[in-house]
Design a protein around this ligand. Structure first.
Ligand code: CP
Length: 306
């Protein structure tokens, strides 16, 4: 049974096909409005979410299917001690496909190993968030026309930001990538990603604490929130939370066609005054998330029926 746990579960060709399908859905929504008639998506969210859960639900509804699920662990029998494996076996009796978010790294993989239907990782701890990555790839593709020869700056919490980990991994498969890592010392990208992804693929990268000094180089600026829920103490969070606040004046020396992205939710890291800048792409990114998830649901259900 085909699932999506890690972005590398899909080849570059498959990612390109998903992007092509999402673009076709954007252009021809009526063609897709009954594709999932009588199919059910189960959204199993053991951790809070606005965009991921509701975009999955909107995606399935727009495909003509329906949705069941829960939005917090304490609304499910996990609160009584039920395992992820048993939850996955149970939901396989009710639904055709699962989207799961869980605070523990690896929980969606355990679900996939026990379910008889496809499982989509909708975010596991500080590890991976492959459908946010597909969203980001569709956004980059639509804004930049492709993935080659881009200088991408990742700014903020690069240690705990699972969207950053997944996107760097995904972009590492395209040529001409340059990575600029902008973070406080304490929130640097984990060494294993530098070693296993950047160094292994010969991708040039540099690390800095100073966003403004690298701004003119960037084609894409990927801002991130400091992940309060992953900190061990509140004091460290409070000290680091406002390390970077993107304000209009900081964009003065940025490229005219810079693409500013953020997986959202934002806290303080992008001033609302930036929202009107034509380079701000983060709310378009939210919308693209629904279309790429429609494409993903279609792909996994089609493969399950083979
Ligand atoms: N980007 C993202 O995962 O947002 P939510 O936490 O609201 O789902």
């Amino acid at each position: 049974m085909r699932s999506l746990i890690d972005i590398l579960d899909f080849t570059v060709e498959e990612v390109n096909e998903l992007i092509a399908t999402a673009n076709d859905i954007i252009d021809n929504p009526d063609k897709y409005c009954e594709k999932c008639k009588r199919k059910k998506l189960a959204t199993l969210f053991f951790e809070p979410s606005t965009r991921t859960r509701l975009s999955f639900e909107s995606a399935m509804i727009e495909l003509g299917g329906s949705v069941i699920g829960f939005s917090a662990a304490n609304n499910s029998s996990a609160a009584k001690g039920e395992s992820v494996a048993d939850t996955a076996k149970t939901i396989s009796c009710y639904a055709d496909i699962i989207a799961m978010r869980h605070p523990k790294e690896g929980a969606p993989l355990v679900a996939a190993q026990n379910a008889t239907i496809p499982v989509i990782n909708a975010g596991d701890g500080g590890h991976n968030h492959p459908t946010q990555t597909l969203t980001d790839l569709l956004t980059i593709h639509r804004e930049k026309g492709g993935f080659e020869n881009l200088t991408v700056g990742f700014c903020g919490d690069l240690k705990f930001g699972r969207t950053v980990h997944s996107l760097i991994t995904a972009l590492s498969r395209y040529s001409g990538l340059n990575v600029v890592l902008i973070s406080p010392e304490e929130l640097k990208l984990p060494s294993y990603i530098k070693k296993d992804v950047l160094k292994k693929n010969g991708i040039p990268y540099k690390q800095t604490t100073d966003l403004e000094s690298v701004m003119p180089e960037l084609d894409i600026l990927y801002m991130t929130r400091v992940q309060r829920e992953r900190f061990f103490n509140e004091e460290d969070y409070l000290r680091l939370k406002d390390s970077y606040i993107l304000e209009p004046k900081k964009l003065n020396n940025a490229k005219k066609d810079l693409c500013i992205m953020h997986p959202l939710p934002r806290v303080n890291e992008i001033s609302v005054a930036v929202d009107d800048d034509p380079r701000a792409c983060y709310f378009k990114q939210v919308l693209y998330g629904k279309y790429i998830r429609m494409a993903l649901i279609l792909k996994l259900l089609e493969e399950a029926e083979k």
